[in-house]
Design a protein around this ligand. Sequence first.
Ligand SMILES: C[S@@+](CC[C@H](N)C(=O)[O-])C[C@H]1O[C@@H](n2cnc3c(N)ncnc32)[C@H](O)[C@@H]1O
Length: 196
Amino acid sequence: MTTTEHGLLHSFFDHSVPRCYPHVCQALMSHTKVGEVTLELGCGGKQYGAFVQGRYFGLDLQADLYGGAGPEVIGDATALPLADESVDTVFVVAALLDIEEWQKVLAEGARVLRGGGRFFVFDYKGSVARRLGSPNQFTASMLVRGMESSSLVGRHHTEFLPVHFIGPLRSPWVRRLAAPFIHRMSNWLVISGAKV
Ligand SMILES: C[S@@+](CC[C@H](N)C(=O)[O-])C[C@H]1O[C@@H](n2cnc3c(N)ncnc32)[C@H](O)[C@@H]1O
């Protein structure tokens, strides 16, 4: 086992720090750019900031739930205290499923996005949300339709894998072959809305 693999296994079992899910990191590294601005809604411990290129800032309802520096903006994702067309990328991880007025979050994200920007939602599938007792039990088509109701072009992403690239998964061929199975077994949905 390599040092990296050992580190990944250790972080999998260590819950004292917020979890960094690989599909979120992959999407942020490939879609954010130097010179642009990225906003995370419901940012919690802000563990994904390190994977964003350019400027990153987080918004959350509360500051003291997680350790660390806390969100740059205290606010409600359903009524963002931000100007229209002021950010290039918006994303939210494992938070939308618990926000009853989730369509308002999509509408607010769409409002603050600049033209050409993208809003990513990384959230649990409905089956997981049901087990957690969350109010929103999403399907991919429900979130894509939600994006479209906010005048964004919705897309279901299957290119980002919720697994670490260890062992045989280091090979892009193996990843391509395994992707449909990984997505079927996974707890996650990755949806985006592009502002054209
Ligand atoms: C399950 S935690 C996820 C935190 C982080 N995104 C992560 O992946 O570790 C959900 C977060 O969403 C925040 N949240 C819930 N409702 C919100 C709202 N209406 N506006 C902003 N943040 C909200 C909570 O305070 C909490 O920090």
